[in-house]
Design a protein around this ligand. Structure first.
Ligand code: ACO
Length: 436
């Protein structure tokens, strides 16, 4: 068996099938569940495993993020998310996710300087925006424009060269806030605001979103702090749908800009990053507290197709630790912005109370996820609903890029190619149209 460095072998699992018995190594990581290495299963026993949605499959080795969904634990490179959200700058978290360690002061200064040097877009990229309708969803603009970066940086296509990979990583992380903010400005018919390299990542994003060329823009420290925290809370989340998409696309050797565009596409769905937008739509649809019981009955009715958006998670079967921090940030932001009685927040809190105590949700271990609160904070900060998922994509680019780099740098990396259980028609002969 070939194993990579951090794997330890903890005995074997024995599988018997059709009179044959084979042993498979059980591998241990530093934390979390052991995994059975079934790579030799088809050769030994002539079968594949069946795991639709890959919920029970470890698809890779990773040193970046650890989640214990039952205990509500989230660590980045070993550091608890709450400590990072409380004490770190987003730039430090980018450095940590990319490089494995927190930077010292000199490393931090050098890294920040390089990152800020890459915030500008090629002037030709401005032309891309004009090709979109003014009412285009900013996620569509983001996905298209990030994919188009591949045409501007063909050198990034040579991913075998480390210097090219590092440069592509910096470009993606530095440029995505500019593209995101310009997507918003375009839909508003407003002039683009260029990045300011005297500002930090969170401040610069706010400036490009809200400054106008006609007047000075004062960045609120409250909003900048909240933005820094929101970016950190969304920076990475292990092998979720969009990250797995980036890894799958990247496993073919595709250009990194195209891979991140694939991740953006996957994030857009309402079951994933689109949920924070969906939470606000749901709250608006519920309208007032009196309508909550009716809404909850619809959610419980399987035929209604209605879900409680912002609740539930594939991995967390306990409180999402990011949701706890978001909930606290939400109150701080509303208080500091002087928003005393926000009807949406009141509705959200009431909904949360009812859902947390309701048997349907308790039995299924459905807790509020990070998106339940992020939508409310973002709305209070003046971020339009259509930009919620875009902001998530900006933050998650750090995770996507870190995971992409880790995958490419893994010894023996090969193309991802899941198998299937075929349930279609058996082999049959073609029938001419007049005989069908
Ligand atoms: N509302 C009502 N019922 C739900 C919800 C929900 N939000 N989520 C899950 N359930 C029910 C399922 O119908 C299922 O019921 P059953 O056992 O009677 O059939 C049970 O809970 C188990 O759910 P699964 O389908 O196994 O959950 P899964 O892991 O496949 O889905 C998901 C997770 C997609 C996040 C789901 O909970 C959901 O759609 N939530 C709402 C959307 C959302 O908030 N997404 C954001 C996720 S976090 C993120 O991407 C940052």
């Amino acid at each position: 068996m070939s194993t990579s460095q951090n794997e330890g072998t903890q005995g074997t699992a024995t599988i018997s099938l059709g009179g044959k018995t084979a042993e498979f190594p059980v591998l241990s990581g530093t934390l979390g569940q052991d995994v059975v290495d079934i790579r030799k299963l088809p050769a030994e026993l002539g079968v594949f495993t069946f795991d639709p949605g890959y919920g029970e499959t470890a698809s890779c080795n990773s040193k970046i993020t650890f989640i214990d969904g039952d205990k509500g634990v989230l660590l980045h490179r070993g550091y608890p998310i709450a400590q990072l959200a409380e004490h770190a700058s987003y730039e430090e978290v980018i450095y940590l996710l990319l490089n494995g360690e927190l930077p010292d002061q000199a490393e931090s200064d050098k890294f920040t300087h390089t990152l800020r040097n890459h915030t500008l877009l090629h002037e030709q990229i401005r032309n891309f925006f004009n090709g979109f309708r003014r009412d285009a969803h900013p996620m569509a603009i983001l996905c298209g424009t990030v994919g188009a970066l591949s045409a501007f940086y063909p050198d990034a296509g040579d991913i075998a060269v480390k210097a090219h990979r590092d440069l592509a990583a910096m470009r993606l992380i530095a440029k995505i806030p500019t593209i995101a903010a310009w997507a918003y400005k375009y839909t508003q018919g407003e002039a683009f605001i260029y990045p300011r390299n005297d500002l930090n990542y969170a401040e610069n994003f706010l400036s490009m979103m809200f400054a106008r060329v006609s007047e000075p823009y004062k960045i609120s420290p409250v909003l900048a702090r909240a933005m820094n925290r929101i970016l950190i809370l969304h920076a990475d989340h292990e092998q979720n749908a969009s990250t797995s998409t980036v890894r799958l696309a990247g496993s073919t050797g595709a250009n990194p800009f195209a891979c991140i565009a694939a991740g953006i596409a996957a994030l857009w769905g309402p079951a994933h990053g689109g949920a924070n937008e969906a939470v606000l739509k749901m709250l608006a649809q519920i309208g007032s507290k009196e309508n909550i019981p009716d809404f909850i009955s619809k959610v419980k009715d399987k035929n209604s197709g209605v879900k409680l958006m912002g609740f539930g998670h594939r991995v967390y079967k306990n409180f999402d630790p990011r949701a706890k921090i978001m909930q606290q940030t939400c109150h701080e932001v509303l208080e500091e912005l002087g928003i005393k009685d926000d009807p949406l927040l009141d509705l959200a809190i009431e909904l949360e109370k009812i859902a947390i105590n309701d048997d349907y949700f308790v039995q299924r271990k459905l807790y509020p996820n990070v998106d339940f609160y992020s939508g409310i904070i973002l709305k209070a900060m003046g971020i339009p609903t259509s930009m919620f998922t875009v902001l998530f994509a900006v933050a998650r680019t750090t995770g996507w890029v870190s995971q992409w780099k880790e995958m490419i740098e893994e010894p023996g990396q090969r193309i991802s190619r899941p198998r299937q259980l075929y349930t279609g028609a058996p082999k049959r002969d073609f029938v001419p149209v007049d005989k069908r």
